[in-house]
Write a protein that binds this ligand. Structure first.
Ligand code: AQP
Length: 347
């Protein structure tokens, strides 16, 4: 990288830093899109932050994947970020595995993370219950790697759904512990929980969140689903024995559909209830399917275009990794010095 572009990176550094990662553990869902990606694009376009967006491909290794499927999901995830509006001219977009400092700081932070605090992580409990035959060390220690992801960039804000708040909190705890021993080394990150579309639930079991790794394809809408698939899945969505399109207790399925319809159309819950007054669940489910299909269609088409141009995706992620590693190396050198390792001379 030229001296001029290094100086530009340093100038841009003055703004607050916002960082978001997404795992390539399956096709990105409507939950990821409404709960995370739309907010990431808004944050990027506000111009108030230096934004970093990455595919957390090292984290995906905690669960066993077919290598060819994983590689495809990584490319598809990258294509999805771009298709949804993440702009590599405005943000740093990269693959976690291409910035080697993540794994290096991850190991160091493993040594400053306690067994007890890792045991309390709800995601570890959930994922080890789901993968009882593969409860590997990576699944247990991944919060230390995630802390490294965040702390390497001296991140100020991590926009996350409510479900991910615990991870930002443990990153803060690890940073605080390290800073307490060696003096201020890491900035303390704040979780940035956004309100709208906060939690999208499974269409098959609306008491569970919609997750890309769900083995039931009818439970999730993905950004690569066709119009027909989307409409069919909404028609099959689990509701209750009632018929009124109204929010209410014990109506998890309808509540979820109202939330989705409201997030996609920008209408308030009350407006949605008024629009469907006197109509049944059948009409409402069809309308949900149609608005979601209209929203997903242009994204799916762009993803297909990017997937047919992997050289471009390779180029974007290589430039992003090079930019990210300038910041990452600066923090890693500082950490090496603090803990007593020898800092490698850089040319
Ligand atoms: N159902 C959801 N509703 C709203 N937001 C969601 N997010 C995930 N599911 C929902 C948000 O998406 C961002 C990226 O998620 P991630 O891939 O890093 O991890 P995750 O939360 O574990 O996502 P999944 O889809 O549930 O993946 P798997 O199945 O692999 O565990 C996060 O900001 C998250 O809050």
């Amino acid at each position: 990288m030229s001296e001029l572009s290094q100086n530009n990176e340093v100038k841009k550094e003055k703004k607050k830093i916002s960082l978001s990662f997404i795992q390539p553990s399956g096709s990105i869902t409507l939950g990821n899109y409404l709960g995370a990606l739309t907010n990431w694009v808004t944050i990027q376009n506000s111009g108030d932050f230096n934004c970093l967006y990455a595919m957390a491909d090292l984290h995906a290794l905690t669960v066993r994947h077919e290598p060819a499927d994983l590689r495809k999901q990584i490319y598809q995830g990258l294509a999805t970020l771009l298709a949804c509006g993440i702009d590599p001219e405005k943000s740093i977009v990269f693959l976690q595995s291409h910035v080697h400092q993540h794994a290096e700081l991850g190991w160091i932070l493993d040594c400053y993370t306690m067994f007890g605090e890792l045991s309390r992580m709800t995601q570890f409990k959930d994922k080890s219950a789901k993968n009882a035959d593969n409860i590997n060390a990576g699944l247990f220690t991944y919060p230390a790697l995630m802390a490294a992801d965040i702390l390497l960039y001296q991140t100020d804000f991590v926009p996350v759904g409510q479900d991910q708040k615990q991870h930002v909190e443990i990153a803060r705890d690890i940073a605080n512990r390290f800073n307490g021993i060696y003096g201020k080394t890491f900035n303390l990150p704040e979780p940035y929980i956004t309100k709208s579309g906060a939690r999208i639930m499974s269409l098959a079991d609306p008491t569970k969140k919609m997750s890309k790794s769900d083995s039931n394809v009818n439970a999730i809408i993905t950004v690569t689903d066709t119009d027909n698939e989307i409409i069919k899945k909404f028609k099959r969505a689990v509701t209750d024995s009632g018929s009124e399109v109204r929010m209410g207790e014990g109506k998890d399925g309808v509540n979820n559909l109202i939330n989705i319809y409201s997030a996609v159309t920008g209408k308030s819950t009350e407006e949605v209830e008024r629009e469907f007054e006197g109509k049944g669940y059948g009409d409402f489910k069809l309308a949900c399917g149609e608005v979601v299909a209209d929203r997903i269609r242009p994204i799916r088409e762009k993803i297909n275009d990017y997937m047919n141009n992997r050289d471009y995706l390779d180029q974007i992620s290589a430039v992003g990794a090079e930019r990210a590693s300038i910041f990452a190396q600066r923090t890693l050198d500082k950490v090496y010095k603090k803990v007593g390792l020898v800092v490698k001379k850089h040319n």
